[in-house]
Design a protein around this ligand. Structure first.
Ligand code: HEM
Length: 449
């Protein structure tokens, strides 16, 4: 769907997909989010030393594992098992490497003189996402093995098989349920169906305008899109939030105090008026996405017939245009002192109404308009619930500076942009459509008060 250029075809699929994110669907998703978050917290806190602190955890990995499990569970009614099974933990890397592969190959072909003018034109016209459909068939073939490290190509095949089997199992369960009049194998009520995952909604929803449902091909594509679109983006935000909280102790202490005083028991952390009242939590999440924008680069749009004037410049039809959200989020006109993590810039107090209005108007981590993120409400629900339950349960601190990986993560990357890459207080991200990142490396301890 995301690569669909035809506006009416996109609108049809979007109308169907939007129903998978209705109030009812979100209520179903909430239970799954809390279940997965609690299991993740249990694993995160295991293996403590005598001091009560855990060993160092690379939170880039841990947030990835949680996020992929969540998207698997919400989409197919079955998690990927990344948190609980070491052998499944290659999955997030496969997805990120595939995105990098497409992004790098496309940029290379577009911008080097090796590509003929005609090929460059075809690629530029296609934009980034349509280009994926040209490259995807290469995964798992000898062509991909030539272009990617051998391990990556092999893992791609393993992931494609695994994800395909999840969908096949899900469709088989649905068919069995229909045959058995609502019951799954052995007369048990089908678990996935009872929980009403996104595939359930996609299978049973019709476009309110045309009465049409998705074809099997569209169903495969759009449920796959949910995994890709919803996992890495949320994982980046979670790991970046931990980075910024741990580098800003007064923010961490204020937020932790707020969560613990608002919710007497972990079970009371649910969506509702109490969670909504935690506007400092939402401010920390938005400030994180401003600084570590999960999709930092421009979202390509093609100029339509007649051309367009942007900021005094004329662009003819067919030109691909876009503005990188990361640059908007670091523009000092909208966000004064843009490299400082300051959640208060989102909270209205007397006298700052205009600056909060400007900050909100320029904020665009989810894109804008008819193509904007379909899963924005799910993303906020996940981020709120996971961060709140984590801060409720554990105290946390950065791992000691002598751990090798900590040194690597702490900036100092060789780059033309040394002034930014050297900053120890900025979470370093690398643009590959979604953002690559490392760390932070964190230790946890059950809260003492
Ligand atoms: C912090 C988390 C997230 C961020 C920052 C994010 C950001 C984005 C962005 C920038 C786009 C592209 C918009 C455009 O092209 O204009 C997008 C599209 C999309 N996202 Fe998200 N996303 C997040 C989480 C999720 C989640 C959790 C889901 C699913 C449950 C999801 C599903 C989608 C879908 C289906 C699209 C394609 C929409 C379309 O083509 O109409 N996203 N997202």
């Amino acid at each position: 769907m995301h690569s669909e250029i035809d506006k009416s075809k996109h609108a049809f699929r979007r109308r169907v997909l939007d129903q998978a994110f209705s109030e009812k669907a979100l209520a179903d998703a909430e239970g799954l989010i809390l279940e997965n978050a609690r299991r993740w917290l249990e694993y995160l806190g295991a293996d403590t030393l005598e001091s009560g602190w855990t060993r160092s955890r690379d939170m880039n990995d841990w947030c990835n594992w949680l996020s992929f499990d969540l998207m698997g569970d919400m989409t197919f009614g079955r998690d990927f098992g990344c948190v609980t099974k070491a052998e499944h933990r290659f999955i997030p890397d496969v997805v990120l490497n595939a995105t990098k592969f497409v992004y790098v190959v496309r940029s290379f072909l577009t911008f080097t003189s090796l590509a003929s003018t005609n090929l460059k034109l075809v690629i530029r016209q296609a934009g980034f996402w349509p280009f994926i459909s040209l490259v995807r068939p290469l995964f798992g073939t000898k062509w991909a093995s030539l272009l990617m490290p051998a391990g990556n190509a092999k893992e791609n095949v393993a992931y494609a098989k695994y994800a395909g089997s999840m969908m096949d199992d899900r469709l088989a369960a649905e068919a069995e349920k229909t045959t058995n009049g609502g019951e799954g194998a052995n007369g048990t009520t089908d678990q996935a169906h009872r929980r009403k995952d996104f595939v359930h909604y996609l299978l049973h929803t019709k476009d309110p305008e045309t009465g049409q449902g998705l074809s099997i091909h569209e169903l495969h594509a759009d449920s796959g899109l949910l995994i890709h679109a919803g996992s890495d983006t949320t994982a980046i935000t979670l790991s970046a939030a931990l980075f910024y909280l741990l580098h800003n102790p007064s923010v961490l202490s204020r937020l932790t105090g707020l969560i613990r005083s608002t919710f007497p028991r972990i079970e009371s952390i649910r969506s509702g008026p109490e969670l909504t009242s935690c506007n400092y939590l939402r401010a920390c999440i938005d400030e994180t996405m401003r600084m570590a924008t999960p999709v930092p680069s421009h979202l390509p749009r093609e100029v339509m017939a007649g051309g367009i004037e942007i900021d005094g410049h004329y662009f003819p039809a067919g030109t691909v245009v876009g503005v990188a959200p990361w640059t908007i989020h670091h523009n000092a006109q909208y966000y004064p002192d843009p490299f400082t993590f300051n959640p208060d810039r989102w909270i209205v107090t007397e006298g700052n109404e205009e600056s909060v209005r400007i900050a909100r108007a320029a904020f665009c981590p989810f894109g804008i308009g008819s193509r904007g993120c379909a899963g924005k409400r799910v993303a906020y629900l996940e981020l709120n619930l996971v961060l709140a339950t984590l801060l409720w349960t554990y105290d946390m601190k950065l791992a000691d500076a002598d751990v090798d990986v900590v040194k690597k993560v702490k900036g100092g990357a060789k780059s033309r942009h040394r002034d930014l890459r050297d900053r120890q207080d900025v979470y370093q991200i690398w643009d590959h459509f979604v953002a690559d990142r490392e760390g932070p490396i964190v230790r946890f301890k059950k809260r003492q008060n």
